[in-house]
Design a protein around this ligand. Structure first.
Ligand SMILES: [Zn+2]
Length: 177
């Protein structure tokens, strides 16, 4: 498969978390690791990131690049934040029915590593990147940067997060693609 990896947000415009975590930076680290894993698994995997644009312009550029490149799948990487340290756990957002299948495969692994959300997959019609990309698309919220337990994993084990997502993609391709 030809897989697009979208790093959430532009430089210093996303969420921040404990230990100095910054969403774009953390997502970039996960993205590099995920790209290597997907390529090892035989996929074409490319990262899309326009960190110096404005957020809206960046989203439009990423969506256009994914559509014009005829990708088979789009994965956006983010982390959540909250105003208190309590909320924790990963979830995966989707919009299309095929996106939902991918989201479920990825959430099975990602939420095992970062547990805590009651609903590990969520249909999110309002998210630009899900709405404007042609291939099935998911948006991974890789835990809460504001939760001590999630932030420790985001800081120390970004490669484990990438592995969980790659395992989900492997499940999806073996079962459905
Ligand atoms: Zn985000």
């Amino acid at each position: 498969m030809k897989i697009a990896i979208d790093i959430g947000h532009v430089n210093r415009s996303g969420a921040t978390g404990l230990y100095g975590l910054e969403e774009h930076e953390t997502a970039s680290t996960i993205a590099e690791s995920l790209r290597l894993l997907l390529r090892k698994a035989g996929h074409i995997a490319n990262i899309f990131d326009f960190p110096t644009l404005g957020n809206d312009e960046e989203l439009a550029r990423v969506a256009r690049a994914i559509n014009e490149g005829y990708y088979d799948l789009s994965i956006s990487l983010h982390f959540d934040s909250a105003s208190s340290p309590g909320p924790h756990g990963a979830h995966v957002c989707y919009l299309s029915e095929r996106g939902k299948v991918v989201a479920q495969c990825v959430a099975d692994h990602l939420a095992a590593l970062l547990p805590g959300r009651a609903e590990t997959v969520q249909r999110r019609p309002g998210l630009y990147i899900l709405k404007h990309t042609v291939p099935p698309a998911i948006l991974c919220e890789c835990g809460f940067g504001t939760s001590p337990q999630d932030a420790a994993i985001l800081r120390d084990q970004p490669d484990a997060i990438a592995r969980a997502i790659a395992k989900g993609i492997a499940d999806y391709t073996s079962r459905h693609a």
